[in-house]
Design a protein around this ligand. Structure first.
Ligand code: FAD
Ligand code: A2P
Length: 269
């Protein structure tokens, strides 16, 4: 019997099998796993995933589902924290390995939490792009909005690559390629390495640079909706900027103009 045999599946609660792993940088990787047949989720939601530690105890963390709700598999985009209880182990997973996946999706970055609008802004730093990797691949996003603007900011150019390839692949996507064409505007920036567009999301919104670069009108409450996912400091600063444009924070229970989710808990690495 090998490691991927049913006996392993019995040991791991809610086990799913790894089908693909891609390492993007020393600190970032993505992977795909089988999807439990019963799992239904809304693009943008997160689940708990994990591994067993050496003592057989589960180590579980929140992860945004990066794949869209129509996909047969589930994709995740992950940080590698060298001494992190989960990711020090998770970064070594290989095709055929099993992970724990608790099939209870939740989260605020869902279309239902926003009032109808004309443009939607996805604002992310680092791994905060994960829920938008799901939402950018969801036909509902393009049915609901005339324009979709993805702003993603990282320190280094290499950290943008997962998002860049994903956006590029959308144009050839048989399901949503046509819907995406002309609607999705991608605005990646770096802050600590030379790149064609640079600067923090907050600064590029406040200065109006992003509006000028994309040739679009500034944000307003009537037309614009936003979803935010980054560190706590980023989220707080973006909220202040969005409020400055007149947008108000909504929730599943009370849809308004923007919603926010933490990409992780803590100060960053
Ligand atoms: P932890 O002990 O969990 O973290 C150690 C420290 O590493 C943290 O205090 C923080 O300073 C830093 N850190 C943790 N995660 C990140 C990160 N993503 N980016 C930068 N610094 C970080 N992580 C992902 O990689 N991808 C996701 O899609 C994702 N979705 C999340 C959704 C929600 C709602 C929340 C609350 C967290 C999410 N996280 C995500 C973070 C994730 O839950 C874990 O914190 C991360 O996997 C590291 O786990 P760990 O046990 O190795 O280290
Ligand atoms: P900067 O390099 O100017 O700090 P981190 O790796 O620290 O989580 O940061 C990821 C990206 O988010 C970096 O480009 C960083 O810019 C940016 N960033 C960090 N904190 C904020 C904030 N409070 N407001 C806007 N951007 C931020």
């Amino acid at each position: 019997m090998n490691d991927a045999s049913p006996s392993t599946a019995r040991v791991l609660p809610d086990a799913q099998t790894v089908t693909e792993v891609t390492h993007w940088t020393d600190t970032l990787f993505s992977f795909r796993v089988t999807r439990p047949q019963s799992l239904r989720f809304r693009s943008g939601e997160f689940v708990m995933i994990g591994l067993l530690d050496e003592a057989g105890k589960p180590i579980q963390r929140a992860y945004s589902i990066a794949s869209p709700s129509w996909d047969e598999e589930l994709e995740f985009y992950s940080i590698k924290v060298q001494d992190g209880p989960l990711t020090s182990r998770l970064q070594h997973i290989k095709v055929g390995d099993q992970i724990i996946l608790r099939p209870k999706p939740v989260g605020t970055l869902v279309h239902d939490a926003l009032l109808p609008g004309k443009r939607i802004w996805f604002l992310a730093t680092g791994t905060g792009i994960a829920p938008f990797a799901s939402l950018m691949r969801d036909p509902e996003t393009y049915e609901k909005y005339d324009e979709v603007i993805m702003m993603h900011t990282c320190r280094q150019v290499a950290e943008l690559e997962y998002g860049r390839q994903l956006v590029e692949s959308l144009n050839d996507d048989p399901l949503i390629g046509e819907m995406v064409a002309g609607k999705l505007k991608y605005y990646p920036t770096t802050t600590r390495e030379e790149f064609h567009h640079m600067g923090r999301i907050t600064d590029n919104l406040t200065s109006g640079k992003v509006f000028a670069d994309l040739g679009i009108t500034p944000m307003d409450r009537e037309h614009d909706r936003a979803m935010v996912c980054g560190s706590l400091a980023f989220n707080l600063d973006v909220k202040a900027v969005l409020e400055g444009f007149g947008l108000r924070e909504g929730a599943n229970s009370e849809p308004l103009e923007y919603v926010v989710e933490k990409a992780f808990v803590g100060d960053g690495v």
